[in-house]
Design a protein around this ligand. Structure first.
Ligand code: SF4
Ligand SMILES: [Zn+2]
Length: 105
């Protein structure tokens, strides 16, 4: 299980989820430009999250710092990659469950 802050752990998870999504959707052998841009946007949101390491699930956040259309796009990524994470990175998912953050989208 990765160590470090919750924000840093979420960033690592996010990167894995984007890899799963991009590859699974057949965008190419490496992460495509669109996914890369959305990933960068999402990582910046995490860096600037006003809740810091006390944040809960973004899905349930009342602050909703994602703007459209990124918000809709990230939901698609989470919805696709979330269930697949359980099979590919179970330790990571268990860590997020322990943090009280893992929720299927
Ligand atoms: S949606 Fe909420 S919890 Fe997620 S990064 Fe934005 S402010 Fe933080
Ligand atoms: Zn892609």
């Amino acid at each position: 299980m990765a160590s470090g802050s919750k924000i840093e752990r979420e960033k690592i998870t996010l990167k894995h989820m984007f890899k799963i999504y991009c590859k699974g959707k057949g965008h190419g052998p490496t992460i495509c430009t669109d996914c890369s841009e959305l990933l960068t946007y999402s990582l910046r949101r995490l860096d600037k999250c006003p809740h810091g390491n006390k944040k809960g699930s973004c899905k349930d956040c009342i602050t909703h710092c994602y703007k459209e259309p990124e918000r809709t796009k990230i939901r698609k990524v989470m919805g696709y990659a979330g269930p697949r994470m359980m099979f590919r990175h179970p330790a990571m998912v268990i860590g997020h469950i322990r943090d009280g953050k893992w929720k299927s989208q």
